[in-house]
Ligand binder design. Structure first.
Ligand SMILES: Cc1cc2nc3c(=O)[nH]c(=O)nc-3n(C[C@H](O)[C@H](O)[C@H](O)COP(=O)(O)O)c2cc1C
Length: 899
């Protein structure tokens, strides 16, 4: 039997009493701890092990640890953060987390954390440390839900922090609290969380996050791009695609097309395979064709072979080198070539007669030479790229820009006596302009049309037009040329291209002192006049859509504003004239002999609905009453010299790369550029001066396309987002468009008057604009880039005004191209942008300005077109010199054989 030590009286007392009566231990625990602390630090000790044991228990209690931690950190918040970090460290080391810690943290929290911001910090720390229990505790007991959705936490969201450290359990728990319809997280938080998850290759988290994104988030598409191109991870790409499918999100065709292109360039067969297996029907038509070409050129044989399996058909004939329709066996009328203009600078102020003709110069008479000039300075070939004229692989560029250089717009000139043979007699000719050879092709003739032609002239200005000479220019659009490459949005590009062509013709007419006006003819009348109504003459799918009709010719020398008489009479005369035109057996050459047709029912619908079927005025024709005419703005024209307009028209190019670091754009130049986009502003005090061209082309005062401008580098102007209101002010001095913006109190930029330029948000938006413009650097690197926004109430989408608003945007683009070029700058029209995200950044409130509305992003406003202005880097692929050098040596009277 082991020898038993005799218990001391004290020990016996301790062990025999369940309620220990040692007086020290009846003291409050906090005090005992202090005593204990004193005892330990002074090495006094206590006489018995039992007491020590008890004290150890007390020291190890949550209350004790909490107090010591608080003392150690000299603050309660510091103590909580420290304890959470310890917890995280324990968890990280692989051992089981210290189970006592949450109690300590709870004790500290229960003692009270008065500051809301401190609670935020604690919550974020818990998420970052992967302390699931603490995160849960804070959500349940300490208002965590409010913490998630509270403002300060948004900037450093706990979800992203948990994801970044790969604390998947915490991240999944935080996501489980969220409802897509009533989200706790701001959209930016969820988007940044997704980006982090992709960067961390966290497939599970990606799949969990996707259903929470906002419906129009482009981030998912961008993430697909980085998963494919940066991470090169087939499984991550697959996870993104499958979760997008499940959540019913459409991946942006441009992003996926770009991703395919880049991974093909890298030769990453595994990722190419995943993309093709999952998305083969989602690529833009034409993407595959191009990517195969790139892969072949770069020697990525395996990728090219794989892609070819998915290529259902080859498109070979809509390449950019074919720049206009040709009419088989049509009689050809060569136009005399004007010589290329000298690049002589002129004083900026000397442009006033060009902006407001006629001032001093008498209009040029209408002859074959002046008609040639009109077309030479508007729609002709002005340069070649990738080689000179006639070189293999080189292609022509024109005075008018076009999305993808695909040039869907065709121009028909209708007039009497345009060629020598028809000068005498009654023949009215319908001629197709072929810019490749700078010739007119006879589309049809009205042998007995003279009388009706006079009638047409009389309905315009009551006669002077007939007297001084008149031509009509009908613009049509071959939708197929754009749609094979860009899909549905190709239709919008066609309309923007029409707008560019209208402005080009108007500017060119102005150089001759001529007027140029858009007529309100019915679409059917226009189609009948140019033979677009003859299905037998067109290849199915390649039909031309009638767009608009312009009356062009020498104006009255007196300068009286030109008015249209009766639109009804005009349309009737034109319709009657059309019945007299004999279109013979000719028809346009086929664009795609392989017969590939992409079917887009949406395009057929929008095209039909927006045709002008009658002459009833639509809201676009109403001149608002009480417009205030601002004073002329001559004083703001810069004092320096600029390039003459003829040269600017001929050398204009879309910049493919903006130069950076060239300094800021002078403020006066910025103001002048903008002033040229505002129709009702005048550069002259002449009482009879017409509205500045090209805006005089529109016969009404209704303007509802405005500019949201991101100023990157303009001298003396704060970087930020601005709104240029282009409509004239009415009696009230606040433009109604401002009601549609969410940003509080846009401020009028005082020194920009008479421009109605408002600062809506200060900040540097260059990178944002690049991103919003489909990640294109040209929108980021210039002096400024902009989004054109147009008011298109939903009930007007299916009306002719819908087209008209895009034409106006295209015209705006042409003015910017031209004005920038004259001032040594450069520009690019940008058709690719993310509409809803743009509306979000611009702060368009989704309402109708009256507090009602659908709530859809952008509301009544639609983003129509993006544009960037800056200084271009030299593009060595562009060949200047005489673009017609080869053509000039050929017989241009023979029928054209465009294949
Ligand atoms: C409606 C429209 C949209 C365009 N979109 C883009 C674009 O998104 N990105 C781009 O780099 N260029 C864009 N461009 C510029 C065209 O690519 C350019 O006009 C074409 O290649 C012909 O070159 P040019 O303008 O020098 O004649 C666009 C042009 C137009 C008219």
């Amino acid at each position: 039997m082991p020898c038993q030590r005799k218990k001391s009286e004290f020990e016996s007392k301790v062990q025999s009493t369940s309620t220990w009566s040692f007086p020290l231990l009846n003291l409050p625990a906090e005090l005992i701890i202090h005593v204990g602390h004193f005892a330990t630090s002074t090495r006094l000790g206590f006489p018995t092990g039992a007491l020590n044991k008890h004290l150890v228990t007390l020291f190890g209690s949550a209350t004790s640890i909490a107090t010591r931690a608080e003392n150690y950190h000299a603050s309660r918040v510091g103590a909580v953060l420290g304890e959470i970090r310890r917890l995280g460290a324990v968890g990280k080391a692989g051992s089981t987390p210290d189970s006592g810690r949450p109690k300590v943290i709870k004790t500290l929290l229960d003692r009270g954390i008065p500051d809301h911001e401190d609670l935020d910090r604690i919550f974020r720390q818990a998420a970052q440390s992967g302390a699931l229990q603490i995160v849960q505790m804070m959500v349940q007991d300490y208002g965590g839900i409010q913490l998630i959705s509270s403002q300060p936490i948004r900037q450093e969201n706990p979800l992203a922090k948990a994801i970044k450290e790969r604390h998947d359990a915490v991240a999944l728990y935080l996501l489980s609290l969220n409802h897509r319809e009533d989200s706790l997280y701001a959209p930016e938080d969820l988007e940044s969380a997704l980006r982090v998850a992709v960067a961390k290759d966290a497939k599970v988290l990606v799949q969990a996050l996707v259903p929470h994104l906002a419906p129009f988030s482009i981030v998912l598409s961008q993430c697909l791009f980085s998963a494919a191109v940066t991470k090169r991870s087939p499984s991550l790409v697959e996870a993104i695609i499958s979760s997008a499918r499940t959540a019913n999100y459409t991946l942006h065709p441009d992003c996926i097309g770009d991703a395919l292109k880049r991974v093909s360039v890298h030769g990453n067969v595994a990722v190419v395979k995943v993309l093709m297996e999952n998305l083969k029907d989602d690529f833009m038509p034409g993407t595959l064709d191009r990517v195969i070409g790139i892969a072949e050129v770069l020697g990525r044989g395996e990728v090219a072979k794989l892609l070819k399996k998915y290529l259902q058909c080859e498109l070979t004939t809509t390449s950019p080198s074919i720049i206009s329709t040709g009419f088989k066996n049509a009689r050809v009328l060569p136009l005399p070539f004007p010589s290329e203009p000298d690049a002589t600078p002129v004083p900026a102020s000397s442009l006033i007669p060009f902006y407001h003709p006629p001032h001093s110069k008498a209009p040029a008479p209408l002859t074959i030479t002046t008609l040639s000039e009109l077309l030479f300075y508007s729609l002709s070939v002005s340069a070649w790229k990738n080689g000179g004229p006639g070189d293999k692989g080189a292609y022509a560029l024109r005075c008018n820009p076009s999305s993808g250089n695909l040039h869907p717009v065709e121009c028909y000139v209708i007039g009497k006596g345009l060629d020598a043979a028809a000068t005498v007699g009654n023949v009215v000719g319908v001629w197709h302009y072929a810019p490749d050879d700078h010739v007119l092709e006879e589309r049809g003739t009205a042998k007995e049309g003279a009388e009706l032609w006079t009638k047409v002239g009389q309905t315009l200005d009551g006669g002077p037009h007939a007297e001084h000479g008149l031509i009509l220019c009908a613009l049509t659009s071959v939708t197929f040329r754009e749609v094979w490459k860009y899909g549905i949005r190709g239709w919008r590009y066609c309309q923007l291209d029409v707008g560019h062509a209208i402005a080009c013709l108007s500017l060119s007419a102005s150089l001759l002192g001529w007027s140029c006006r858009l007529l309100h003819a019915r679409s059917l009348t226009i189609g009948n006049l140019v033979g677009a109504h003859l299905p037998d003459q067109f290849v199915r799918g390649e039909e031309e859509e009638p767009c608009c009709l312009l009356a062009i010719g020498p104006r009255q020398v007196s300068g009286t504003k030109v008015t249209i008489g009766s639109e009804q009479d005009l349309d009737s005369a034109l319709a009657e004239l059309a019945t007299l035109v004999d279109f013979g057996n000719t028809g346009p050459t086929e664009l795609s002999p392989t017969g590939v047709r992409w079917s887009y029912p949406q395009i057929e619908v929008v095209s039909k609905l927006t045709q002008r079927e009658d002459l009833t005025t639509d809201p676009g024709d109403l001149s608002p009453a009480g417009l205030i005419q601002p004073p002329p703005i001559v004083s703001t024209l810069e004092s320096q010299t600029i390039l003459n307009p003829q040269s600017a028209i001929r050398i204009r190019r879309s910049t493919t790369e903006m130069s950076t670091g060239d300094g800021a754009l002078p403020l006066s130049t910025f103001h002048s550029l903008l002033a040229r986009t505002v129709p009702h502003l005048a550069w002259s005090a002449e009482p009879d001066a017409e509205r500045q061209q090209p805006w005089s082309v529109l016969s009404d005062d209704f303007v509802d396309v405005h500019l949201v401008i991101a100023v990157h580098e303009v001298e003396g102007l704060a970087k930020g987002l601005y709104l240029l209101v282009r409509s004239p002010l009415q009696s009230s001095d606040t433009p109604s468009v401002l009601k549609h913006f969410l940003h509080a109190n846009p401020t009028l930029v005082a020194n920009a008057a008479p421009l109605q330029l408002y600062l809506i948000k200060e900040g540097y938006f260059a990178r944002v604009m690049g991103g919003l413009s489909c990640m294109q650097d040209i929108a980021r690197d210039g002096h400024f880039s902009l989004a054109m926004i147009g008011r298109v109430p939903s009930d007007e989408v299916g009306t002719p005004r819908y087209r008209r608003v895009f034409w106006e945007a295209g015209m705006l683009g042409q003015v910017l191209y031209h004005e920038a070029t004259m001032r040594g700058g450069s520009a690019t029209g940008i058709g690719c942008y993310f509409d809803d995200a743009v509306a979000g950044v611009a702060g368009l409130n989704g309402g109708d300005g009256e507090g009602t509305g659908s709530g859809a992003l952008g509301g009544e406003f639609q983003v129509l077109y993006h544009f960037s202005v800056g200084v271009s880097r030299e593009d060595e692929r562009v060949r200047r010199g005489d673009p017609y050098s080869v053509v000039k040596g050929m017989d241009r009277t023979a029928p054209r054989q465009t294949a």
